[in-house]
Design a protein around this ligand. Structure first.
Ligand SMILES: NC(=O)c1ccc[n+]([C@@H]2O[C@H](COP(=O)([O-])OP(=O)(O)OC[C@H]3O[C@@H](n4cnc5c(N)ncnc54)[C@H](O)[C@@H]3O)[C@@H](O)[C@H]2O)c1
Length: 437
């Protein structure tokens, strides 16, 4: 971005800016809407977290119609950054939009800072344990953001993100969170009908992420415990939050979207039946949770990572006049189909997220998905608290919990917050015994 224009925009912004009362300070001055920028101003993008999703998100950001270029990349590991760079170059149509000089490829725990400093828009796609810290740095530095879900793995992280959501609002930053169903036509059409009263008052929701599970990276010779947990992050709660948080958040979020609130109570059960080997760290392989909303609506939630079982990734919303399901179908109380979404030629929601983000930045609009993302992440953390403890969990207690999974600082020689026993196994939560609040 043109430096002169940036300083003019900043000066304009100062007139109306003030210190935020939320406790998170405004750290610098944001550039204003880009509505008046010259057409040849390029929006500079930095990618933080160069794995599968980050690589895809970078390609999508580089596919938007606005003038953009990728200028910086950061990852904890050099091999991940290098392969991501190669993949981006291979898959991006406009290759001249990839302009990452070697000196702007940053590696390590602190790499994110240097990359974010170079950008107007940042893509935050590390494991979710780092999200609050990376969001804080990016928002304090006045960056527009695409960040993946979940937004934290523990309640202190969520509280930080909720404060940052307010700061971002005041700074008029654009922040899209990768709960892509919000950018998917079929869900938008469904919610229009649900919120328009076509199924009457919602009485219950059913949400599912039952599948076979994801990758696993067993420990290699020469890896420290920290390197092992970072590479096999899915199975450690400080990094991942368990699959009820990492994956099932999508379905819990749809229920919250339909009800237009978050649940207030949860109780449930879960455990690990088949994934008991040491490389599966400390997470469960199945959870069932009954959530209740303040108006009495019940959400039945199930998620499972076990092969050879009934698989279903979907949501259903039932009301007093009918129900909808996520195939895009609305039924009356007798089961007759009242409406069906065509599901033809809908835009790719992953691309749509970036199309809307960049269009909003350039037109001076504001998208801020952070608060919703934080509440849906907290819903999933509350579910985990319920299955790990076996007791009823109340929203306020869960949100105010001081149990912190993520350390304050990171280093390759430090021990991670959980350690294996002499045989390489990790402590597994025991319902009825484990304390979560
Ligand atoms: N919305 C979706 O459909 C969707 C799909 C897949 C993943 N995701 C989300 O995207 C995020 C990343 O998932 P993924 O599948 O790409 O994982 P991944 O392991 O492929 O990529 C994560 C990358 O982050 C790097 N990293 C870890 N800690 C870092 C740090 N402190 N600083 C910089 N880099 C760091 C890792 O080395 C790795 O390259 C997760 O939050 C996941 O939930 C969302």
């Amino acid at each position: 971005m043109d430096k002169k224009k940036l300083s003019v925009n900043r000066r304009n912004f100062v007139k109306g800016s003030a210190t935020v009362a939320s406790g998170v300070m405004l750290g610098g001055l944001p550039f204003e809407s880009r509505a008046n920028s010259a057409a040849n101003d390029k929006l500079k993008i930095a990618l933080v977290g160069c794995g599968g999703r980050g690589t895809g998100a970078a390609v999508q950001a580089l596919t938007v119609k606005e003038d953009v270029e990728l200028v910086a990349m950061a990852d904890a590991f050099k091999d991940r950054l290098d392969s991501s760079y190669e993949n981006i170059v291979e898959h991006v149509k406009n290759k001249d939009r990839v302009n990452v000089q070697d000196k702007n490829k940053f590696v390590g725990f602190d790499a994110y800072k240097a990359a974010i400093d170079l950008a107007d828009v940042v893509i935050l796609t590390t494991p979710p344990g780092f999200r609050p810290e990376h969001l804080e740095y990016a928002i304090n530095a006045d960056k527009h953001i695409f960040c993946e879900k979940p937004l934290a793995t523990d309640a202190p992280g969520i509280r930080k993100v909720l404060k940052l959501a307010e700061v971002a609002k005041q700074k008029k930053l654009n922040i899209v969170v990768g709960l892509q169903r919000h950018y998917q036509t079929v869900y938008r059409e469904l919610m229009k009908r649900v919120h328009g009263g076509e199924i009457g008052q919602i009485t219950s929701t059913q949400v599912y992420w039952n599948g076979g599970g994801v990758w696993v990276h067993p420990k290699q010779q020469g890896w420290t415990e920290m390197e092992y947990q970072m590479r096999n992050w899915y199975y450690f709660n400080w990094l991942c939050g368990d699959h009820i948080v990492e994956q099932h958040i999508h379905n819990l979020d749809v229920s919250n979207w339909a009800v237009q609130n978050h649940p207030v109570i949860a109780q449930g059960m879960g455990g690990r039946e088949v994934r008991t080997a040491k490389e599966y760290g400390e997470i469960f392989d199945h959870h069932y949770v009954e959530f209740k909303y303040a108006d009495g609506t019940v959400m039945n939630s199930q998620c499972r990572h076990i092969r050879g079982c009934f698989n279903k990734v979907a949501e259903e919303i039932t009301g007093t006049k009918g129900r909808v399901d996520s195939t895009g179908t609305l039924y009356d109380l007798k089961g007759n189909i009242v409406w069906k979404h065509r599901n033809v030629d809908d835009p790719d929601p992953y691309q749509q997220e970036h199309d809307e983000l960049f269009a909003s930045i350039v037109s001076g609009g504001v998208i801020n998905d952070l608060e919703n993302g934080a509440n849906s992440t907290m819903t999933s953390i509350m579910g985990r608290m319920a299955t790990y403890s076996g007791v009823e969990i109340h929203w306020e207690d869960a949100l105010n919990s001081d149990i912190k999974l993520v350390p304050d600082s990171f280093s390759w020689d430090a021990n991670p917050p959980v350690l294996p026993d002499n045989e390489g196994f990790y402590a597994i939560p025991v319902p009825g015994v484990t304390k979560v609040i």
